[in-house]
Design a protein around this ligand. Structure first.
Ligand code: ATP
Ligand code: MG
Length: 524
């Protein structure tokens, strides 16, 4: 395909924007088109821009006045003449396929060319991770695998905008390149990665086929009902008093509580050192119970109440069986090239989730530091929960500090973090700003948009405006994994997406069927 002149530069108010008058035979120029114009006084560099808006200026004059009068009176309107003017945001100056800062504004009267699909494809297909196609184009978009892992990434957008679906695409691609993936999955949405997608038709249009991943291991608490291959357990012997503070909020509320717990843990640890006998949360609870009884017998009301309060926090956690005497998964053994580990935390209380995340992120980090596992891609869903900003941070204990360490240091140790959140405004800014590549789906909340703007490069006001109205599955992508910020239609999943938006009418239909059956049973 040849480049085609679509108009001529009209005004250049800055190096970052220009307008051009669209030629009569190119009036299909529209928002989102990529255009180039040569950069004045440069060594053949070209300014690459994206059309942000198009307007039609009616030519004023007698014809225009007559037309207005006809419109007012409702009489037939005489033919009008207009000029189409497109406004372009300059993304940068292209030099050997890379974007540099532009030095000179476009020169008025210079020709503007629309980039044909073949050239767009060349610009956007340098990476390894097949994300989708440039919006309104057939050009495929690939992201840099190395940049995603070494410089972290964030997938942001409001609920239902397509984050988890997009993350599923990233995971498929990581698996295809043999990169191990660990998914922190609070909703149990990623267990379906091993099943093929049902949407064969759409995949075919993309030249793809339904295919489940063959090396997926799902971990979940021993007593949870959901899908699992192996249990998630944490060695209680390794929990510190800080960890217990997360598990039992009462510890920070009652003065006497920390001391009560410390005595119990110290005693259990002494026994462990002497006899090598490990302990679980059940033992902690038993000991605390005994201590409460002793306090009551000796009339120590404060201690009794403190022990009881901590017990009230800890007892419900026994049900999940997470806090045991061994650790699972043994990450050193299970993190393997091409394998996806899903930590399915569905139904687990938030405070226990915080400990699981803290524990396994820390472990992954240590193992990478010592090069005992291969480089790994870690997905943190609901990141606003585990690494909350400001207010939320002070109100509850979270995995924030370890997520921060991971985000800050992970790049050195080739442990990539993929932060996923529907409330980017509530994610810790230290964490978010470490995510160099941003995949932003539909977002309407002003606080969220503000945090996205602050944390990501190349997010212009126009881009933010468009992000508000994006259809599901279309993302604005910026950062070093893409080189040129762009709107991308995310490709269909080859694996089944586990987080389908439920169809309300379908569910009500099922209820109706159930009711009808019941009526039959009752002989109504
Ligand atoms: N690229 C896409 N192509 C086709 N369907 C998509 C795409 N992205 C998302 N969807 C559909 O949109 C719905 C919502 O997507 P998804 O579960 O990814 O939302 P989400 O942003 O993760 O929401 P939440 O914050 O509530 O978890 C799903 O039914 C999914 O199948
Ligand atoms: Mg989701």
């Amino acid at each position: 395909m040849e480049r085609k002149v679509v108009g001529y530069v009209y005004e250049s108010p800055s190096v970052r924007e220009f307008t051009f008058v669209v030629s009569r035979d190119a009036e299909d120029v529209g928002v989102g088109d990529y255009v180039v114009v040569r950069e004045p006084d440069s060594d053949g560099r070209e300014l690459l821009g994206r059309v942000e808006d198009v307007r039609r200026d009616v030519h004023e004059g007698i014809k225009g006045e007559i037309a207005k009068a006809s419109m007012v009176s409702g009489r037939p309107v005489p033919e009008l003449d207009w000029t189409v003017v497109a406004r372009v945001e300059v993304l940068g100056a292209l030099e050997d396929g890379r974007l540099r800062d532009p030095r000179m504004p476009a020169r008025p009267t210079d020709a503007v060319y629309r980039l044909p699909e073949s050239e767009l494809e060349e610009l956007f297909s340098k990476g390894e991770v097949f994300l989708g196609r440039l919006k309104d184009s057939r050009a495929r978009v690939f992201l840099g695998l190395n940049e995603l892992i070494t410089l972290h990434c964030a997938v942001l957008g409001m609920t239902g905008s397509g984050k988890s679906y997009t993350v599923g695409v990233l995971i498929e691609e990581m698996a295809r390149h043999d990169i191990p993936v660990v998914v922190i999955d609070p909703h149990g949405e990623y267990t379906s990665l091993r099943e093929p997608s049902h949407d064969r038709e759409r995949l075919e249009r993309w030249g793809l086929e339904p295919e489940g991943l063959d090396d997926v291991e799902v971990f979940a608490p021993p007593h949870s009902e959901g899908v699992k291959d192996y249990p998630i357990t944490i060695d209680t012997t390794k929990l510190e008093v800080d960890d217990f503070e997360v598990l039992a909020p009462e510890l920070s509320k009652r003065k006497a509580a920390p001391q009560v717990l410390e005595e119990v843990v110290k005693e259990l640890q002494r026994r462990y050192r002497e006899t090598g006998e490990k302990y679980s949360l059940e033992d902690v609870v038993e000991e605390l119970d005994a201590q409460a009884k002793r306090a009551r017998a000796s009339g120590d009301v404060v201690q009794y109440q403190a022990a009881r309060a901590v017990l009230r926090d800890l007892r419900p956690l026994l049900r999940y069986g997470i806090f045991d005497m061994a650790e699972s998964p043994d990450l050193r053994r299970h993190v393997r090239p091409g394998r996806v580990l899903v930590l399915n935390l569905r139904g687990v209380p938030d405070r226990a989730q915080q400990i699981v995340v803290t524990h396994f992120l820390r472990r992954l980090f240590e193992l990478r530091q010592r090069d005992e596992i291969p480089p790994v891609f870690v997905v943190l869903e609901e990141a606003h929960n585990f690494a909350p900003a400001g207010e939320e941070r002070s109100s509850s204990k979270t995995a924030l500090s370890v997520v921060r360490d991971f985000a800050r240091e992970g790049r050195k140790f080739l442990a990539g973090l993929c932060v996923v959140s529907q409330r980017p405004g509530r994610v810790d800014t230290t964490v978010l700003s470490q995510c160099n590549t941003m995949i932003v789906l539909r977002t309407a909340n002003p606080d969220d948009l503000e945090n996205i703007r602050k944390s990501g490069e190349g997010i212009t006001r126009e881009a933010l405006e468009r992000i508000k109205g994006l259809p599901t599955g279309t993302a604005f992508v910026t950062g070093s994994a893409i080189r040129i910020p762009a709107f991308v239609d995310v490709r269909p999943r080859m694996t089944r997406h586990g987080g389908e938006t439920p169809d309300v009418r379908e569910i009500v239909e099922r209820w109706k069927e159930d009711d009808a059956e019941e009526d039959l049973d009752l002989g109504i």
